[in-house]
Design a protein around this ligand. Structure first.
Ligand code: ATP
Length: 205
């Protein structure tokens, strides 16, 4: 539509593996905020996580690709997987700004764990200028601490942070990995194609 700026959601993460929590929350946010599309960006070498325990970027990207393939609004992006060395959100956001029209608004969807950790990101204030945030509560986090953190971030920084109320979905990649390591089913917790990919490649055993 002419004159209307593009609203692009971003869901970034380790996605080790991508699960139904990621997909459901993102789809709810997309509908609620009228996002034109959402980019799923698996990290390359995540600075925050132990490299020895993270599955190779290409496997994680392949799982994201198949998980999002059924949704025309979702797109898997290999920007971070393709980059050498540590990957930082600030670099990704700068690249995305070059790729999209100037007036594009980016909305980074983050769960409560990331809201609490946001100030550990590299060049946070630059990040805050490059994207808005949609903050989603997660099971295991306290409402009060989550709301307080949002308040503090807004008071101290020039940040646009939209709290998003969605049903709590108590699924994490950690939970998926644990179940698989114990030979337990993850059907309905991950997409069928992700379930099949994990089995074919003997991941998380
Ligand atoms: P792990 O258990 O390995 O730490 P994870 O399940 O938290 O993984 P990530 O890939 O680290 O998954 O998460 C990517 C993004 O998705 C983060 O912003 C995280 O907060 C969010 N997220 C993950 N699972 C959920 C969920 N069940 N509900 C809401 N947000 C979620």
């Amino acid at each position: 539509m002419e004159g209307k700026s593009l609203k692009v959601g971003i869901c970034g993460g380790t996605f080790d593996p991508i699960h139904m929590g990621h997909l459901a929350i993102t789809e709810l946010a997309r509908c609620e905020l009228n996002l034109d599309k959402v980019l799923f960006i698996p990290s390359g070498m995540p600075p925050h996580k132990d490299l020895n325990t993270v599955t190779s970027p290409i496997h994680r990207l392949n799982m994201v690709r198949c998980a999002v393939s059924g949704n025309p609004f979702f797109e898997a992006v290999d920007l971070e997987v393709e980059r050498n060395g540590y990957t930082y959100t600030v670099d990704t956001l700068n690249e995305l700004h070059k790729m999209y029209p100037e007036d594009t608004d980016f909305y980074y969807i983050i769960g409560a764990d990331v809201v609490m950790d946001l100030l550990t990101w590299k060049r946070t204030e630059e990040v805050f200028a490059l994207t808005k945030f949609i903050a989603v509560m997660r099971a295991g986090y306290q409402d009060k601490a989550f709301i307080e953190q949002i308040k503090v971030l807004r008071q101290k920084f020039d940040i646009e942070l939209i709290p998003f109320e969605a049903p709590l979905i108590e699924i994490s990649s950690t939970f998926i990995r644990e179940r698989i390591s114990k030979n337990q089913s993850v059907k309905y917790l991950v997409s069928d194609c992700v379930d099949a990919y994990i089995k074919e490649n003997n991941l998380y055993r």
